[in-house]
Design a protein. Structure first.
Length: 292
């Protein structure tokens, strides 16, 4: 069974010790005692699929570069910002969209099929849980594989938009420098300036990825829905997240208020460390397959 697991890509995974057998047993006990497990995942579950995160010490985007992700207000306000965003995204998309789930994603899918996992909430926008086959799932911050119009709300697949970009920019070429967590790449202003961005084919409005950019809010309906799933659960597992972003952290606070046991798997400190039942400094893809 384990032989079919994909081998991890550790370029963006911080160094850590192998799982401690005593801690593995503790996690096994936690999962075995749980009937309706609520799981929240973050960027640290996807680093083993070759996608960098923002905050990991030494290997995260913030540690390696001065780059910062696009802000919602800037994207909406500035045609230049949208041109820069989409040019970078266009170059990065073939690689970003080809990333595959790792062992951790597959284990969580298996737990769902066994009836162990009640609901999964991911803060990631990489579609890896969907690719793994998870269904009882909420993408808290949306997904880069969908695009929608800010004016009329029409949705298209990001893969379809790639064809429009290619048609509008037949001779445009750019060499990419390094990949960022959300699938864009680093390009210079000179490279970007002639890139053409299509408008919505239905109404001519602005196209935006179906993701919550920094500075934007997760919809009230989605937040309420996740709170309902948490209310039905009897324990919470956080995998691969430092929980620095409040949109996810609020659910850990709600779990604490309900006095649910909370387990954390993350390399490096998290905002939950002082109130979690226990914390494991391990790779998700190495630790989760050990739990039966």
């Amino acid at each position: 069974h384990s032989a079919s697991r994909p081998s991890p890509n550790l370029a963006f995974v911080p160094a850590c010790l192998p799982p401690d057998p005593v801690e593995v047993e503790e996690l096994q006990h936690f999962v075995s005692n749980s009937k309706r497990l609520f799981v929240m995942t973050g960027a640290g579950i996807s680093t083993e699929s070759g996608i960098p995160d923002y905050r990991s010490e030494g290997v995260g985007l913030y540690a390696r570069t001065e780059r910062r992700p696009v802000q919602h207000a800037e994207f909406v306000r500035s045609a230049r910002a949208r041109q820069r965003y989409w040019a970078r995204n266009f170059v990065g998309w073939p690689q970003f969209s080809s990333h595959q789930p790792n062992a951790a994603h597959l284990v969580l899918r298996d737990w769902e099929r066994l009836g162990k996992l009640h609901w999964l909430v991911t803060q990631n926008v990489d579609a890896l849980h969907s690719k793994a086959g998870s269904q009882r799932m909420t993408e808290l911050h949306g997904c880069t594989h969908r695009v929608f119009c800010l004016a009329c709300g029409d949705q298209i697949l990001r893969s379809e938009l790639q064809k429009h970009f290619e048609a509008m920019n037949p001779t445009w070429k750019a060499e990419a420098f390094g990949v960022a967590p959300d699938g864009d790449v680093f390009l210079t202003d000179e490279q970007v300036q002639n890139f053409q961005v299509p408008a919505c084919s239905k109404c001519g409005g602005i196209l935006k990825p179906d993701v919550t950019f920094f500075g934007d809010m997760v919809s009230r309906e989605k937040v309420n829905f996740v709170h309902q799933r948490l209310a039905e659960s009897d324990s919470m597992l956080v995998a691969g997240s430092s929980m620095q972003v409040y949109s996810g952290y609020r659910f850990a606070l709600a779990a604490r208020e309900k006095q649910l046991p909370i387990a954390v798997i993350n390399i490096g400190p998290t905002r939950l460390d002082h109130f979690a039942s226990f914390k494991l400094n391990s790779r998700c893809g190495e630790l989760l397959p050990l739990i039966v």
